[in-house]
Design a protein around this ligand. Structure first.
Ligand SMILES: NC(=O)c1ccc[n+]([C@@H]2O[C@H](COP(=O)([O-])OP(=O)(O)OC[C@H]3O[C@@H](n4cnc5c(N)ncnc54)[C@H](OP(=O)(O)O)[C@@H]3O)[C@@H](O)[C@H]2O)c1
Length: 278
């Protein structure tokens, strides 16, 4: 059994896949846990197992993060002051043709992937700054960088990819804001991962025993290995399957060129349509 010295970590979406793997690995590393998801039975079984295997103190918070009251309850727990690590992992996809997917489902994708992640980060960071210690890990997806690619074989995903783009930009920008403070922020961008993510569009929890979608992908354990290593090395954008970390620096350089290359007068190619003389 590990000596329990790390503090409390909150993991959302801990009832399956990547979130359950974060819970296991953090408990083994000496963290106490607050596990958040809708499926009470899955959370209770994981909590029992981790208490027994690791001696961790494990709380469960059964909550639908798209429900404002549930979210407020979880945010209050995150803000209680003992939380030194927040893993915003819960996410749903709402895949399907944009013009046909139920509009209420798309709102739910925004609520879980964007609103809850932001509200919980806001609940966590002030206390982390006050205590001089803490980290937030936000789980995005490589699809955040696939805006130029059409669907097929990739899924129809405009809103989902948009939410993960938010997670990437929010986290990178917050990391820049918090540079020089003791609080670390990371966005992890896995590619296809072997979980049950593709068994549901996210309206309701996947029923039954834990299983893996047929699409396969990287083991969730490898995603978490990369994320925890990146947390130690201070990498802000963690791409578990990317051997050349320099690509992220080159992306930042291209972004800088785009921003700095944009002046205060309208570019010639736009002016011509209005004024053929120009
Ligand atoms: N699998 C992939 O290919 C892949 C790749 C890159 C990134 N990701 C991202 O990784 C994260 C974890 O996904 P996963 O692959 O591990 O899929 P997963 O096995 O389906 O896990 C999703 C988790 O989110 C929870 N969740 C969903 N809706 C919720 C809600 N309304 N309130 C509270 N919890 C909710 C689920 O628990 P309940 O159903 O019990 O609520 C579950 O624990 C997501 O953010 C996903 O976008 C996945």
């Amino acid at each position: 059994m590990t000596e329990r010295t790390k503090g409390t970590a909150v993991v959302t979406g801990a009832s399956s896949g990547i979130g359950a793997e974060y819970a296991v690995r953090l408990a083994r590393r000496g963290w106490d846990l607050v596990l958040v998801a809708r499926r009470a039975g899955r959370l209770a079984a994981l909590a029992d197992r981790l208490r027994e295997e690791t001696g961790a103190r494990v709380e469960t918070a059964v909550a639908d993060l798209a429900d404002p009251q549930d979210l407020a309850r979880v945010a209050a727990r995150v803000a209680a002051g003992d939380v030194a690590l927040l893993v915003n992992n819960a996410g749903i996809n709402g895949y399907g043709p944009f013009a046909e997917v139920d509009a209420a489902l798309l709102t739910k994708v925004l609520d879980v992937n964007v609103v809850a992640l932001t509200v919980l980060t806001r609940a966590a960071v002030p206390h982390m700054l006050e205590r001089g210690r803490g980290a937030v890990v936000n789980v995005a997806f490589l699809l955040a960088f696939a805006g130029s690619l059409p669907p097929g074989p990739l899924p129809q995903r405009a809103v989902y990819a948009g939410t993960k783009g938010y997670v990437v930009t929010f986290t990178r920008t917050l990391a820049a804001e918090l540079a020089g403070t003791p609080v670390r922020v990371q966005v992890v961008c896995p590619g296809l991962t072997a979980t049950e993510f593709h068994l549901s569009r996210g309206e309701a929890p996947v029923p039954g025993e834990a299983r893996v979608h047929e699409e396969g992908g990287m083991p969730a354990a490898d995603v978490v290995t990369a994320s925890l290593a990146a947390l130690e090395s201070g990498e802000v954008v963690c791409v578990p399957g990317l051997p050349d970390a320099g690509v992220v620096d080159r992306l930042a350089a291209v972004e800088r060129a785009l921003r700095e290359g944009s002046g205060r007068s309208v570019a010639a190619r736009y002016r011509r349509a209005e004024d053929p003389e120009a």
